[in-house]
Design a protein around this ligand. Structure first.
Ligand code: PLP
Length: 377
């Protein structure tokens, strides 16, 4: 293997050098507990305050609406949990067929304890059926949980349509609107103040910060019922803080302020890749191509190879791509997202996801490697 090309940035990202430098003191000398009353602890607490302010600014929230946690799996489960606890007499949860497994698995568990779960379908472009969503929201609904953007295809849902619908329905019924915003952060301008969202989850390792770190946006902190109790995070999430994770998130936010140029560079490179693929492999389908999509993601279905075979062949060339979500990579089932979109060959699919460090040279190398593979297979 002569090269290493990482093109699986929706699974995780590298830790940026600026973030690495920022957290070093907290791995070594500044190990105080942020809850300690003396200066050694207080100094660390001040860094957490700073990180919270940066994160709040990035998503147009207030500092007190940010709750640091262990990542978006916790965030998604905590959001739904808080929603159902707020409405003990309501027994219905509404989500979509294309959510991340962290939502789907928790919904499955809740279904076993008596909750009705309605799954709103998408069309072949990955767009959500808003008519079905409108019909499903009723007086028994405790939670509506919808992703902002899909991790496998990059399809961004019709956020303004969803927002309007949620506003309208909130005039009739009271429920919690939760959003998994993991894949949008850093790739879209996220402005929670403009959304009707009550609770949103985000993850550190998708934005060049640390694994096992993340945060929630909580619109009304006084209504949030924590899953993990304790005095930290203003009583909203117990446990000694993951200081390095939080400091890294604060720095990541700073690096993402005004990153519009970076987004358009990534998008140009992704579009270049897709144009070349369409020229070379006319039968290849770009899943969700006609929808609004994130700048960095492409999901490619080929007619004549299995996604797994292609993924491992690319690995031999030193290239990392995936066949779907990293969380489902051990499953032999085709991706539930692609099945929901009625993709013709869901098992023949690879996902390529770029980052701000992806170069044109790397994309050319991927294209050459695809050419080589299809010549020999
Ligand atoms: N939601 C989406 C859309 C994701 O892509 C992921 C990670 O793959 C998660 C949730 C889970 O995030 P975490 O790894 O921080 O638990």
């Amino acid at each position: 293997m002569n090269r290493f090309v990482y093109l699986d940035n929706n699974a995780t990202t590298s830790i940026s050098s600026e973030i690495y430098e920022e957290i070093k003191p907290f791995l070594t000398l500044q190990y105080g507990n942020p809850s300690s009353p003396y200066g050694f602890g207080r100094k660390v607490r001040e860094e957490i305050i700073k990180a919270r302010e940066n994160i709040a600014k990035l998503i147009t929230a207030k500092s007190k609406q940010i709750v640091f946690n262990s990542g978006a799996t916790e965030g998604n489960c905590s959001a739904i949990n808080s929603g159902i606890k707020n409405f003990p007499n309501k027994k219905k949860i509404i989500t979509t067929t294309v959510e991340h497994s962290s939502i789907l698995e928790y919904c499955k568990l809740l279904a076993k304890s008596g909750y009705e779960v309605a799954y709103i379908p998408v069309d072949e472009n990955g767009n959500l059926n808003l008519n079905k969503l409108e019909k499903e929201i009723d007086k028994n609904t405790a939670v509506v949980s919808i992703q902002y953007a899909n991790n496998e295809t990059g399809v961004v849902l019709d956020i303004s349509g969803i927002n309007k619908l949620i506003s309208k329905k909130k005039k009739e019924y009271d429920f919690m609107f939760c959003m998994d915003m993991v894949q949008a952060l850093g790739k879209r301008k996220v402005d929670v103040a403009k959304l009707k969202v009550d609770l949103a989850s985000f993850s550190g390792h998708k934005i060049h910060a640390l694994k096992g770190s993340g945060f929630m946006y909580v619109r009304e902190p006084n209504k949030f019922i924590p899953m993990i109790t304790g005095h930290q995070e203003n009583n909203l999430r117990g446990g000694t803080e993951n200081v390095c994770g939080i400091v890294a998130l604060g720095k990541a936010a700073e690096l993402l302020f005004n990153n519009e140029t970076e987004i358009s560079v990534i998008q140009e490179l992704r579009n270049y890749l897709e144009e070349e693929v369409e020229k070379l492999f006319p039968l290849c389908v770009i899943n969700g191509k006609r929808a609004d999509r994130l700048c960095n993601t492409t999901s490619l279905s080929f007619t004549n190879t299995s996604g797994n075979e292609l993924m491992f062949a690319l690995e031999k060339e030193g290239i990392c791509v995936s066949t779907g979500s990293a969380c489902n990579s051990e499953s032999s089932e085709p991706s539930h997202v692609l099945v929901a979109m009625r993709v013709k060959y869901p098992a023949n699919t690879i996902r390529i996801s770029l980052s701000n460090s992806t170069t044109k040279g790397e994309i050319d190398y991927l294209i050459q490697s695809l050419k080589k593979y299809f010549k020999n297979n």
